[in-house]
Design a protein around this ligand. Structure first.
Ligand code: TXA
Ligand code: MG
Length: 358
């Protein structure tokens, strides 16, 4: 199939070109087709959430295991009431505080969303995104939109339309190119079907944010690498994911020691004839200069101070390593205050939890 690629100006959806693209995209969703679109977190691959056949097409295009449920994207709080078996006061509080925005709630389903969309579960993941293009598409189509990240299953999530094109061109009807996303890591998932609200996937909205709003919240114990025998509750968090083709290791410890260790490991790897890359912060970029002469690729992802850049660039850099056919990656660890948890969650998964102590 030919995939239509159309630019949309998120600053001005009323421009004729943007309007036409959105009109076309909405029509495709309504008639059972698939459209990739930008959200504030990552690009999503959308189809009508209430249409079993559309959901099946999403799984096929991504090569995604059919037991890994999709998130249903809505554009009004009313739509939560349409698909949840019950909307508790806590859910309402959370929605009022963080929607529209990068938070997904797991709620009990009333059965309206088909099992093809929920991966056979009786719960459903619901998200009300804040990106203008995502909001306009949901509204224009008149459908709730099931959308996983718009990558081939197992590859890093797409933060630019070109990433979607790499993975899904020829497999879906349309890509709306709304430029680079804002956040770069997928939404925070909060399970509201249990006694204590539980984070199944960390993201831009933190556990502290949720605690402040609801009084209590915990992390899914399955997310910690220390509990290797406890499975994460979100099916998608169980797979090795976000994975570059190269073997990735994260080096932890005091900053000076980390740099010395990475220089030693990368030198050895490159001298063994393996194409090697280093992921670092702006602040330590200059310390790896010596590696450049050996041919090691250095990717500075952003400043420790403005951690947002590191989050936004991470998946793009992992994809660049693939493009350059890198065989071995060494990364600094990022324990930034606000986004550190989410960044390290993705990085540790990409590394298959390979950590080196400096
Ligand atoms: O930011 C995001 O959430 C992006 C954009 C496109 O909105 N979407 C996204 O979707 O990351 P996806 O499919 O890549 O990740 C959805 C995650 C998976 O880990 C899945 O297992 C989990 O949500 N999930 C979905 N429904 C669930 C449910 N009912 N119970 C537990 N986990 C669920
Ligand atoms: Mg995904």
């Amino acid at each position: 199939m030919d995939t239509i690629i159309a630019k949309v100006n998120k600053e001005n959806l009323d421009e004729p070109e943007s309007k036409e693209a959105l009109y076309k995209a909405a029509e495709i969703i309504r008639t059972g087709g698939l459209v990739a679109f930008p959200t504030e977190t990552v690009y999503g691959l959308g189809g009508n959430a209430l249409d079993k056949e559309a959901s099946k097409k999403i799984y096929a295009a991504k090569g995604r295991p059919s037991d890994n449920p999709l998130i249903v994207h809505i554009c009004s709080l009313d739509q939560l009431y349409e698909i949840a078996s019950e909307v508790t006061p806590e859910m309402k509080t959370l929605a009022e505080k963080f929607w529209p925005g990068p938070m997904t709630m797991i709620v009990n389903s009333n059965g309206k969303v088909p099992h093809e969309t929920t991966g056979g579960l009786d719960t459903v993941a619901v998200r009300f995104p804040v990106h203008p293009v995502a909001m306009a598409l949901i509204r224009e189509s008149g459908c709730m939109i099931a959308a996983p990240s718009a990558n081939t299953s197992g590859r890093p999530s797409p933060t630019k339309a070109s990433h979607v094109e790499e993975d899904l061109s020829g497999k879906i009807d349309m890509i709306l190119d709304g430029g680079e996303v804002n956040i770069g890591l997928e939404s925070t998932i909060v399970d509201m079907t249990v006694d204590e609200p539980t984070i199944l996937r960390p993201g831009f909205i933190t556990i502290e944010d949720i605690k402040e709003t609801l009084g209590s919240c915990k992390m899914d114990p399955g997310l910690s690498s220390e509990n290797a025998n406890v499975r994460p509750k979100a099916p998608g968090m169980r797979y090795r994911h976000y994975a570059p083709k190269a073997q990735l290791s994260i080096v932890e410890g005091e900053r000076e020691k980390v740099i010395t260790k990475i220089v030693a490991l990368a030198t050895e790897s490159e001298q063994n004839g393996v194409k090697t890359a280093v992921l670092c912060s702006d602040e330590s970029r200059a310390d790896y200069k010596i590696l450049e002469y050996l041919g090691v690729q250095i990717f500075d992802m952003g400043s420790f101070e403005t951690e947002d850049d590191i989050a936004r660039n991470l998946f793009d850099v992992l994809r660049k390593c693939d493009d350059l056919q890198v065989g071995r990656i060494f990364s600094e660890s990022f324990d930034t205050k606000r986004l550190g948890n989410a960044i390290m969650n993705r990085l540790l998964k990409a590394a298959g939890h390979s950590v080196v102590e400096a």
